[in-house]
Design a protein around this ligand. Structure first.
Ligand code: NDP
Length: 323
């Protein structure tokens, strides 16, 4: 896979007190007819979108930046509920209005790819974009979920994908980005487990074009194979855990002990998977740091300056605690 290496995470240049979740208003496609904001605008499109923490994280970072650099006064990040059928028209209208950048979340990451003027290699490999940057010709797509995952793993629980055995749970959009990142970072081998075999087979089939000799294995989530390796990084990219009452997607007690468990899900309460990891004394982390790191990379693409990671992280934790 011919993907350019990414720069290391930006240092924290700005240390400001965290902003509380401003409970952003939710805009719709109709609001774009007479858009009132005169400054530079960014935004996130999703459906539903109410739960998104990205506006709290990005607006805290923009406010911190504006305090030290007047060029960023008037920059603001907005939240849009856009139904799938509205996506092409919304992308056109936001470009016409001069929006500088966008994030995409469920269910738009894959659907948007057909409407991009250009896209980076990661988007082509994962078939999904989560960050768009305005160009005169149209939107340029990037995917910061994968790099956000490896930066988060490095931060906590302090694990590197390079050279690691990885057990990835899930075959949806988040798992696709995670799988491409594992291959891009040259993991030693990748096991992917999913509940339904259709999505699993499609993902593994697509990854074979990029694996470049890295062993790829797939399994049914309910029947983990007996030869899973000990000491692996276990990543949950399924939606099991969105509700803290959800059972864990796999029973950690039945698997060879992993080196660490990373659950992309995040919320005020730890998931069943993370609770079991804690009971077993296995290093673990939830998905907030990934959310922050993918957001930091998007911020840097839009602003051209280093993201204030500590500000973004504090804003995310604060917004979660006020959920
Ligand atoms: P998708 O809808 O694209 O995929 C959902 C995946 O979860 C599928 O593999 C699906 O399996 C599986 N799944 C759903 N419910 C269950 C269940 N009860 N038991 C086992 N498997 C289940 O969602 P995404 O890939 O976009 O998101 C997945 C998770 O990752 C979400 O919790 C999301 O919030 C999180 N996420 C976190 C990010 C972060 O920055 N921290 C970034 C992106 C996502 P099947 O194919 O069988 O339906």
């Amino acid at each position: 896979m011919n993907l350019a290496p990414l720069p290391p995470p930006a240092p924290d240049l700005l240390h400001s007190p965290p902003m509380r979740d401003p409970k952003e208003p939710i805009h719709t496609f109709a609001d774009l007819e007479h858009w009132p904001h005169a400054g530079v605008a960014l935004g996130i499109l999703g459906h539903p979108i109410a739960h998104s923490l990205s506006p709290a994280i990005q607006n805290a970072a923009l406010a911190a930046l504006a305090r030290s650099d007047p060029r960023f006064e008037g920059w603001r990040y907005f939240k849009f509920d856009i139904a799938p059928a509205e996506l092409p028209r919304a992308l056109d209208r936001l470009h016409q209005l001069g929006f500088r950048g966008l994030n995409l979340t469920v269910p738009h990451k894959a659907a948007a790819v057909a409407h991009l003027a250009a896209a980076d290699a990661f988007v082509h490999a994962a078939g999904a974009a989560n960050t768009l940057l305005r160009t005169d010709a149209g939107w340029r797509g990037a995917n910061t979920d994968g790099p956000g995952l490896s930066a988060a793993l490095r931060q906590d629980p302090g694990l590197e994908l390079a050279g690691a055995h990885v057990i990835l749970l899930g075959a949806g959009g988040a798992a696709r980005a995670a799988a491409v990142e594992c291959l891009r970072q040259h993991c030693a081998a990748l096991w992917i487990g999913n509940r339904s075999h259709e999505r699993l087979d499609a993902l593994v089939g697509n990854l074979e074009n990029f694996a470049a000799g890295i062993p790829l294995h797939s399994f049914a989530l309910g029947q983990p194979p007996s030869d899973l390796p000990a000491g692996a990084i276990l990543i949950n990219a399924t939606a099991a855990g969105l509700d803290p009452r959800d059972p864990a997607p796999v029973d950690l007690r039945l698997l060879p002990r992993p080196a660490g468990v990373f659950d992309m899900t995040y919320g005020p309460t730890p998931t069943a998977l993370l609770r079991t990891a804690t009971d077993l004394g296995i290093p673990r982390a939830d998905g907030v740091s990934m959310l922050v790191h993918q957001g930091a990379r998007a911020f840097e693409l839009w602003t051209g300056v280093a993201a204030p990671l500590a500000v973004m992280s504090a804003a995310a934790r604060s917004a979660l605690s006020h959920d």
